[in-house]
Design a protein around this ligand. Structure first.
Ligand code: 86X
Length: 516
């Protein structure tokens, strides 16, 4: 108790913290009630406040680095548990390569590193003494891992080699850092696989992409588009890049959700990853690499969050349900508390992640808004009337709907509601995204749609110079437009359709827009 009081005194007296700009700012008194920015009026500030007040993130004293609190990590772990089990079914094995990279190894694949060099962070000292050779911190692990692939792969019996690692990476970005979305250190999984044939590699690229779709659509309730990146936007070191693309309606920006690359034989050439086939002939391996990161959590907050704070889809919420006692002065307080504890026990036994908030130093109203800010999908209130009627009151976070549930049917009703919330979050997000899609045929329509923050679907000639031209012609303080992906699901492209940007014959429908 003394600890709690002290903490409240401190914050009331003006504690310092680090705000989004990295500058020190004096805190208003911590009332714990709601957010001070709305999602529509100031999206950037709303987002920072949602992730901090929702207790996912704490700002740190190094720009672009954030503390991931248990509320965020628990979401990461749920996705990790799913993905890790799925890749194990595919016979992919986990491993761990070192964080540090020697300069020689880092620069082995020059074309690959060239454009990225400014983002590489280096360790130059130990204590006061300069290191003889500075050491880089991995921005990705191709150059770290592939020398060992070369060593470990000799014959066709060593193939396929399929490894994954769960780790952190560091990219010293300079454009505006945003928690989860663009941070200088982030968590990801990186998969690196090698096959004897291109066909096997091609198949895996799509299997992994399907798992990424599943994470977004089934877990995070976010609609994504599967597709292929343009030559300009693909990973330059690879053969082709596929991705799942999401969209943030509030900012009108596309965001790459995860990528699955076929690297072809480029890295095999560079790192001499060769093998001998059954006939004793020499061959080079075909490789893939693929990753998703903690960015997933940021996309979830941006898509589902509202003016009250976070909105967590039940499938990824650490806590799916919070039970709050609502005692009145003359009521049977002990009876209400007992009903709360019993409700949690019943739900927990049924596999529902539930807890009761029995703290006596906060009012029910304060607790409601606090758990709303944290995005718990379902709230159960138990008051004297509920106790008398052997019922509870359930309140949905996604739409505020209130339902009285008989305690006799508690488990089945709650399960049904959690499923409905999960589905509704996806449906609403899809409806909002679809409302932003604009099909354009001409440059004029394209420019207008871009100004209206649309997700643009346009017929394109698929020429690199034309995409460069689109970028150049749309440059401005909002950032240039670029291709997001060519969706695998292509609408019909009538004969004679022209490219929206060049007027040449169009080859495919491609999504365009500004992006993160
Ligand atoms: C590209 C490619 C690839 C494995 C993935 O997208 C999936 C997982 N890697 C990553 N990329 C870089 O290669 C890169 C390299 C350096 Cl040196 C850097 F500083 C930043 C980078 N960013 C992205």
């Amino acid at each position: 108790m003394a600890g709690v009081e002290q903490r409240q005194n401190k914050s009331g007296g003006g504690k310092y913290f680090f705000c989004s700009g990295g500058k020190k700012k004096e805190v208003k008194k911590e009332t714990g009630l709601g957010l001070s920015f709305t999602k529509d009026e100031n999206f950037g500030e709303w987002y920072s406040e949602a992730v901090v007040n929702g207790e996912m993130i704490e700002y740190y004293d190094i720009s672009g680095c954030y503390i991931l609190r248990p509320w965020a990590i628990s979401i990461w772990e749920i996705m990790q548990t799913f993905f890790d089990a799925e890749i194990k079914k595919m016979k992919i094995k986990n491993c761990y390569f070192p964080l540090f990279v020697s300069p020689g190894v880092l620069q082995k694949e020059k074309d690959h590193i060239e454009g990225f060099a400014p983002e590489v962070a280096w360790v130059t000292k130990s204590g006061e003494s300069e290191l003889e050779v500075p050491i880089a911190i991995r921005p990705t692990s191709e150059t770290v891992m592939y020398p060992y692939y070369s060593k470990w792969i000799r014959g066709h019996r060593d193939l396929p080699l399929k490894l994954n690692q769960w780790c952190n990476v560091v990219r010293w970005e300079f454009s505006n850092p945003t928690p989860f979305i663009r941070s200088r250190e982030f968590l990801w999984q990186e998969g690196h696989t090698a096959f004897a044939t291109k066909e096997e590699a091609d198949t895996e690229v799509l299997q992994i992409l399907e798992l990424y779709r599943c994470i977004y659509e089934e877990f995070l309730a976010i609609p994504v588009t599967k597709g292929r990146k343009s030559e300009l936007e693909k990973f330059a070191g690879g053969l082709y890049t596929t991705s799942v693309e999401a969209f943030i309606p509030n900012t009108g920006r596309g965001i790459q959700g995860a990528t699955s690359h076929c690297l072809g034989q480029n890295f095999a050439k560079m790192f001499e990853i060769n093998f001998e086939n059954e006939k004793g002939e020499k061959g080079m391996v075909w490789q893939n690499s693929w990753a998703y990161s903690t960015r997933t959590i940021g996309v979830m907050v941006m898509v589902h969050g509202d003016d009250k704070g976070l909105v967590l889809p039940p499938k990824v919420a650490a806590l799916q349900l919070i039970v709050i006692p609502v005692p009145y002065k003359d009521a049977d307080t002990q009876g209400i508390f007992d009903a709360c504890v019993a409700t949690v026990a019943t739900l927990s036994d049924a596999g529902i992640r539930a807890e009761a908030d029995l703290r006596d130093n906060y009012s029910p109203a304060w607790k409601y808004s606090n758990w709303e800010m944290k995005g718990v999908p379902l709230r159960i209130e138990i008051g004297p009337r509920d106790l008398a009627n052997n019922q509870v009151r359930a309140v949905r976070r996604d739409n505020g709907a209130k339902t009285d549930i008989s305690r006799v049917f508690l488990v089945e009703q709650v399960k049904g509601m959690l499923d409905k919330i999960q589905q509704n979050l996806f449906d609403v997000a899809k409806q909002k995204r679809d409302a932003c899609v604009e099909v354009v045929k001409t440059w004029e329509e394209f420019v207008t749609a871009l100004g209206q923050k649309k997700l643009i679907l346009a017929p394109w000639c698929d020429e690199e110079d034309v995409e460069k031209d689109v970028k150049a012609r749309t440059k401005g303080d909002m950032g240039a437009a670029k291709s997001l992906c060519t969706p695998f699901e292509q609408p019909e492209l009538p004969e004679g359709t022209k490219c929206f940007a060049s007027g040449k014959p169009a080859k495919k429908w491609t999504y365009w827009g500004r992006s993160y």
